[in-house]
Design a binder for this molecule. Structure first.
Ligand SMILES: Cc1cc2nc3c(=O)[nH]c(=O)nc-3n(C[C@H](O)[C@H](O)[C@H](O)COP(=O)(O)OP(=O)(O)OC[C@H]3O[C@@H](n4cnc5c(N)ncnc54)[C@H](O)[C@@H]3O)c2cc1C
Length: 383
């Protein structure tokens, strides 16, 4: 077991952190307040190899590992978790195209995804099917050389601003086996969007319904050219997605801890710096310990996925639950250490708390993470 980053991984982390500090952090507060999705800044990450991070180099990706990806998303989230997490969704779609697409689909779609000429959205959730995604009711009906899709996707990140929609729809009977996956371009007639949802956080990226109304696409847009595989694709994408969203929580918590470390030396109460109070010292110690524990779990899960460890799905679920819960707690404690100033927008902490709250809900809620873990731990003996 080896716990140090390689020189290459340190360089990757440093590149992402510099980008976060120079290009993301300065705009983060304004993007949050004005609900601005900075696609120009996001597209700059493609030139750094961050648009198809763990896609094989032969297929046009960066050929890096999941662990490299976690380091990148953690570092980008140091600047803004809402931006980093959108980039993680884009990467999830690029990887699914590379992993499950036909050679023709990979040749046609991957280059514009890897260059971010096309930004991507992942469309699984529906108004009536969230945690129970296998109950989705959007239909895809074969009609000659086409499929015709009807239904509504709910809470889709980037929707309306993105170009490429990876959509899950039902081609067969009930349950997971009846689900297939499709690629739909933004301009396709019959594809439209709901209004941008008004949210607690993640305001730097839009969240909209994706509405499919008699939406006709060529049959060659069926991912992998086979029906009934969509749910398998969706779930395998989510293993990595969960690691990435946990990594985004790490980056935000890291930034919150740095802010708190500086503030406890600046602020005085009862005649001395906050840092002189042992309860404050202990709080900072606990925050740093929690961050380190969560970081180890995320890196371990990423490594398990890289090695195709049979426990990778469980480790991803454990790490997602742990890192998003602890990351939220660390940001909230950093806010508390800032007293009333932490509650003001100027210090950037209330934004981190708002942004990180949703990490406990999406890519599978933290209750669903416990469902995944308990299935593995208890197997068929759950009573
Ligand atoms: C800002 C935002 C962005 C999102 N982006 C995307 C996206 O890009 N693409 C996409 O497809 N989806 C996206 N989602 C959807 C997200 O993945 C779902 O919201 C999430 O999976 C939960 O589904 P739900 O909201 O329908 O909650 P529900 O499934 O209705 O759950 C409600 C509550 O019941 C609990 N619960 C449900 N089942 C169980 C159970 N078996 N055991 C214990 N508790 C249970 C849940 O944990 C939760 O607390 C996004 C959501 C948000 C808020």
């Amino acid at each position: 077991m080896h716990f140090a980053l390689t020189d290459e991984q340190s360089a990757i982390q440093e590149t992402a952190l510099s980008f976060a500090r120079e290009r993301i952090a300065p705009g983060a507060s304004e993007w949050d307040e004005t609900s601005h999705f900075p696609v120009d800044v996001i597209r700059e990450t493609a030139a750094l190899g961050m648009a198809a991070i763990y896609v094989d180099a032969e297929k046009g990706g960066s050929g890096l590992s999941r662990l490299d990806g976690a380091l990148i998303f953690e570092a980008l989230a140091y600047g803004c978790p809402a931006i980093s997490s959108y980039i993680s969704i884009h990467n999830m779609v690029a990887w699914m195209v590379s992993r499950y697409g036909t050679p023709e689909q990979i040749a046609e779609w991957l280059p514009p995804l890897a260059s971010m000429d096309w930004l991507a959205s992942y469309c699984l959730t529906e108004p009536g099917a969230g945690s129970d995604a296998a109950a989705l009711s959007t239909t895809a009906r074969r009609d000659g050389d086409d499929y015709v899709l009807d239904g509504t996707k709910q809470f889709i990140s980037g929707a309306g601003a993105t170009d490429f929609y990876f959509v899950f729809a039902r081609t067969g009977g009930h349950g997971a086996g009846g689900i297939s996956a499709f690629a739909i371009m933004k301009e396709t007639p019959g594809l439209s969007f709901g209004p941008n949802e008004r949210k607690m956080g993640w305001n730097a990226q839009p969240t909209r319904q994706v509405i499919l109304d008699n939406c006709r696409i060529p049959a060659r847009n069926l991912i992998g050219g086979v029906e009934g595989q969509g749910f398998k694709f969706a779930m395998s994408g989510l293993d990595g997605g969960r690691i990435n969203i946990g990594a985004c929580s790490l980056g935000a918590a890291w930034s919150a801890l740095d802010k708190a470390r500086a503030y406890v030396f600046e602020r005085k109460a009862f005649g001395s710096e906050l840092a002189t109070f042992q309860s404050v010292q202990f709080k900072v110690a606990d925050m740093a310990t929690d961050l380190e524990a969560a970081r180890l779990m995320i890196y371990r899960a990423a490594d398990a996925l890289d090695r195709a460890d049979p426990g990778a799905t469980m480790y991803s679920a454990m790490a997602k639950r742990y890192a998003t819960d602890l990351g939220f707690g660390i940001c909230n404690e950093a806010l508390q250490l800032h007293g009333g100033y932490g509650y003001l927008k100027d210090y950037g902490l209330e934004k981190l708390v708002r942004d990180l709250r949703v990490h406990q809900i999406l890519e599978g809620t933290n209750e669903i993470m416990r469902v995944v873990v308990s299935r593995k731990v208890l197997g068929g003996n759950r009573g």
